[in-house]
Ligand binder design. Structure first.
Ligand code: ZN
Length: 299
């Protein structure tokens, strides 16, 4: 079992480690602010660059000093400066959540080459989670580029997946191809991961469709998990799917139990839970698997 070494900001550039934590939190809040724009505009097929943000009620443009992540919403007490219309707490919530996740990613992954990759992954999944919760869709304009990004990273940085950050290439069955060029091995790992991530969900959806005659799983979930699989490899993707199914089922049972007419066909945006599972798997996955194997299987 290989556990990677975490490079701290202190060990790499000699700046106190606390600076890394503060910076990742602040950077996360700023990116969260951009994710709000993505979450709000992509499902409506609007540009994420133009025009500048405006109040949905009165249309007045939002000034730079009213656009400071988290703080502006608090200073304005959640109301538009111009018309006093309430601003959804979703905006500061997304910013705060992104900031916390950036902090968690930095804490676990450290100041190394995988850091920007992990941050792009987490940000994209976050956008998908919030779009799915609001619109029940996972747009192709986000899932396809995520898949492309994953394959690109696999090709350029095979060593990241050979135990440096993710131990996909050292694990069965990809470890069987150790004789091949690392890039080919890395791409094989991506392919297997995409097949496991997308294929598993697709099979569950097909089975459900045959048994109950209803569409249970959108193809968006399949595409998202294929992209997750391409980056994280089959082990962490199975973990993501397991975490997603488990948490989704728990919430589903509670939701159905609280309903009056016990309609079992309640639609639950499953992408939310798969997304949460993927983020947990990226940040803690290899450690979770190592802990599970040593605790329960005496590996
Ligand atoms: Zn307004």
């Amino acid at each position: 079992m290989i556990l990677f070494v975490r490079d701290s900001l202190e060990s790499v550039v000699g700046v106190p480690e606390i600076v890394g934590y503060i910076f990742s939190f602040l950077f996360g809040a700023v990116i969260g602010s951009f994710l709000n724009v993505v979450i709000h505009r992509v499902p409506n097929e609007e540009s994420i660059v133009f025009p500048n943000s405006a109040c949905p009620k009165c249309g007045s443009g939002i000034k730079a000093y009213d656009n400071i992540p988290i703080l502006s919403w608090l200073a304005l007490r959640g109301k538009c400066r111009n018309c006093k219309e309430p601003i959804s707490p979703r905006y500061p919530a997304v910013e705060f959540l992104t900031a916390l996740l950036y902090l968690a990613v930095y804490w676990q992954i450290g100041f190394g080459g995988f850091l920007p990759i992990a941050l792009v992954f987490v940000s994209t999944i976050l956008a998908l989670i919030f779009i799915d919760s609001e619109h029940m869709i996972l747009p192709n304009v986000i899932t396809y580029p995520l898949l492309g990004f994953a394959v690109l990273v696999r090709v350029i940085f095979p060593s990241f997946f050979a135990g440096m950050y993710i131990s996909d290439l050292n694990s069965w069955p990809i470890s069987q191809f150790n004789g091949l060029h690392p890039i080919i091995q890395s791409v094989l790992g991506a392919l297997l991961g995409a097949l496991v991530g997308g294929g598993f969900l697709w099979a569950v959806g097909e089975l459900w469709k045959r048994l109950r005659g209803v569409e249970a799983m959108g193809l968006g979930d399949v595409k998202m998990m294929a992209a997750v699989g391409a980056l994280l490899g089959w082990r962490l993707t199975l973990l993501s799917t397991f975490l997603g199914a488990f948490s989704g089922a728990l919430v589903g049972v509670v939701m159905i139990a609280r309903q009056k007419d016990r309609d079992l066909q309640t639609q639950i945006p499953f992408g939310i839970f798969l997304g949460i599972g993927s983020i947990v798997a990226l940040i803690f996955g290899d450690r979770l698997i190592a802990w599970y194997l040593t605790t329960f299987i005496q590996y």
